[in-house]
Each structure stands twice: as C-alpha cells, then as structure tokens.
Write a protein that binds this ligand. Structure first.
Ligand code: SF4
Length: 393
C-alpha cells in the first residue's frame, strides 16, 4: 500500500493534517523512533556539509510545528519529479520533512479541483505574500504567447510570474524547470525554457536531475527551516552540497576505470563483474551530482550501481549536449587528449611502473645515504681518527 502523503488540509481535515505536527511527531506517528530521527538529523547535517555540531540545531528546527506554506507548480513535463517525491511505500524521515510543510497547492495530487483548487493558490499569493515557498516542476513554453501550457485558462508563464514573484523562496526541481530539459531539446516547437530563462531576475535554487532527488529537496528545506536561508550555490544556482563533486570521483567503479577494466558489451564478463561503464557511454566524468552518495529507492541503488552508465541528467541541456547516451566521451577523464581509452590501463601501469622505479631509485639512494656518514658523523669520525693518531704519536 503506497504511502499517502501531502493531503491537502481541505481534504484531510485540520485535526488530521500533518502540518499540525512537527517532523519528530510525524516520525513517531509512523513508528520511526526518536533515535532514527536524530540519525537523520546527523546524516542531513553531513549531506549539507555542515559541522557535526549543527545536528542538534537541525533537530531543534525540525521539532517546531510552525512551518511555511508551500505550493508546487507543475507545468510542461512528465510529472517525474512528483513521482520521485511520492515514490516511497515506507516513508523515510526526509519524506516526512516534505510532508510536514503546509502544502496548500499541488494540482496533480491535491484532492480539490477546478475553482476550489485555483482559489487555494490565489489565497496563498494574496495572504502569504513574501512568506511562502514555491516549488516549480516542468518547463515553461514561451512561443505564441505561452498558449502550449495553460491551467485554469492562464498560461504557465503568467502563473509563474505571479506566484514566483511573490514567494519568499523558489526551488526549481528537475531538468525541465532548470533549463527546459527534454521539452526544450531540439526542435523545441513550443519555445520552452526553464524557470529562470522564462522569468528572468528570479532568485531560484535549482535542483536539476531527471528526475530530481527528493532527498536533496528535503535537505534544502531542512537548511531553510534551520537557518532561514537557502544553502550555498554554485554559479548555476545548484546547491554545492549536492552538485559540488563529479560523479566519476564518487563512483564505486572508479578503481576499474583507473585499472583499464571496462565493460565492452552489455552482459559480458566485465558487466557481470561490475567493471567501469565508460566505454558503454557513461558520462560520469563530466557530471556533477551526489547520486552515488544519496542514491535512490530508499538509498539502495543508483544507475551506475544498477549497471547503466550515467547520462549526466543534472548537466546543462543534457538531452542535447550529452547524447547519444551510449557513445563514449571523446577523451578519457584525467588523462591527456592524446591518450585513448584502450591505453588507460597501460598508462596507469606505466605510471605505476615509473612511480615504482622512482621509489626504488629513491630507496637505493636513501639506503646508500643512510650507510654514508652524516656531516656530524663524518666530523666525529675524522675527530676520532685524529685523536687516535695523536694517541699513537
Ligand atoms: S566512467 Fe562512469 S562507471 Fe566508470 S568510474 Fe566513471 S562514473 Fe563510474
């Protein structure tokens, strides 16, 4: 039985609504112990790259009942980011962090519909101006006045301008909301753009990925609840804690890459032994994301662990710039452009041989030097010889 989160207050009844409870209380309702809650606080503190002492500060923030109103706008997309958020059958603490917010509007999953749904959104913009958080999923068509995506008779562009323009914080989830994603890839007949492209000047936190990872969304919201501001961002407005490192540097198959052991065909011996997927088109060397550490499906796996190369879904315009997905990157990462992929292992072996030889030479020199007297020992020896000859005289 799937977990049923995010019931709109109007359908759930005020006394049953998750927003009346702190994250800790929600955990207890779902049979998650206080110990597990505190473990989550420690883990999310580490995910956010905060000093460990902040775990208690995070725990205190998540024990508060008062949390901001949140609205979720869904435009031109496949609803994959909503699916990613709803995927769980057993809620984790990060699911409950998301659930604990006062979700006033999410047209895909809210119980209310039609006029009632749209008036809920209007009420938030009117009564919570400057205080609510808006999450945007999907691209925004701009061609022909934006007519290719309308909700309640209004274009996505019009809704985004109004709702985002009055929000306290804006989070764009998924590749489409970030830079247009699949919808914007050629030939893009609807003139689709990401949120920042369609509505310039907004202060947006981007959580790209296809789909986004809701563990990162929960971490961003935890940071906002704890410190009243969004985490540090990279030049593309992506949180550094999630997009600061290259996948290739975090990958469990990296040792095979360095050793030149590659999967050559699907289901060959290398595939069965978990060798590197570079030759099968893996884009991990050019992709920034924390996929290998937060993982998916309850942190049980991620694409490369499951045997498929990374498609760099959190990279700019990845549908156009990183495809074909099954063609290898032109130059092996970490080596000069003159090195081919078949030479990687030998290059490493050569480098190891050179290093070993250098180590051997260094050791020989060191051993010889250690057998030679030091300057002090030499002067002592010289002194004692002079003393001996003086004594003999
Ligand atoms: S190329 Fe891909 S599979 Fe190979 S080590 Fe890098 S990220 Fe992992």
């Amino acid at each position: 039985m799937p977990h049923q989160p995010f019931l709109a207050p109007s359908s759930a009844g005020k006394s049953m609504s998750p927003i009346d409870r702190s994250v800790l209380e929600l955990c207890q309702c779902h049979g998650i112990s206080r110990r597990r809650f505190l473990e989550f606080c420690t883990a999310v503190t580490a995910t956010l790259a905060l000093p460990s002492g902040y775990a208690q500060v995070v725990a205190t923030a998540l024990s508060q009942k008062k949390k901001p109103v949140l609205v979720w706008l869904e435009f031109q997309d496949c609803a994959g980011n909503t699916e990613s958020m709803l995927r769980t059958s057993h809620p984790t603490v990060e699911d409950l962090v998301l659930e604990s917010f006062s979700w006033e509007y999410h047209e895909t999953i809210m119980a209310a519909y039609g006029k009632a749904a749209e008036s809920a959104l209007e009420r938030v913009v009117r009564e919570e101006k400057g205080k609510y958080i808006v999450v945007v999923e999907g691209a925004i068509p701009t061609a022909d006045g934006g007519v290719y995506c309308t909700i309640g008779g209004r274009t996505a562009l019009d809704i985004a301008q109004e709702v985002c323009g009055s929000a306290a914080a804006i989070i764009a989830v998924g590749a489409c909301a970030w830079d247009g994603g699949l919808v914007r890839s050629g030939p893009n007949p609807t003139g689709a753009l990401g949120l920042q492209g369609a509505v310039p000047g907004l202060n947006v936190v981007n959580l790209p990925g296809c789909p986004h990872n809701s563990a990162n969304t929960a971490a961003v919201l935890v940071h906002y609840l704890t410190f009243g501001q969004m985490p540090a961002l990279d030049p593309l407005n992506r949180p550094l804690f999630a997009y600061g490192d290259i996948i290739h540097d975090q990958c469990e198959r990296r040792a095979h890459y360095d050793a030149g052991r590659f999967v050559e065909e699907w289901d060959d011996e290398g595939a069965r032994k978990g060798w590197c997927l570079y030759k099968m088109g893996c884009k991990g060397p050019e992709a920034n994301y924390n996929c290998p550490t937060v993982q998916w499906n309850g942190s049980t796996s991620w694409p490369v662990k499951a045997g498929h190369g990374c498609i760099a879904c959190a990279s700019p315009r990845f549908w156009d710039t990183k495809s074909p997905f099954y063609e290898r990157l032109p130059h092996p990462a970490g080596f000069g452009v003159d090195v081919t992929v078949s030479e990687i292992g030998w290059t490493v072996v050569g480098a190891v041989a050179v290093a070993t030889a250098a180590h051997g030479i260094t050791s020989i020199v060191r051993d010889r030097r250690s057998s030679e007297p030091t300057a002090n020992q030499a002067s002592e020896k010289t002194g004692s010889k002079e003393q001996q000859s003086r004594e003999q005289r």
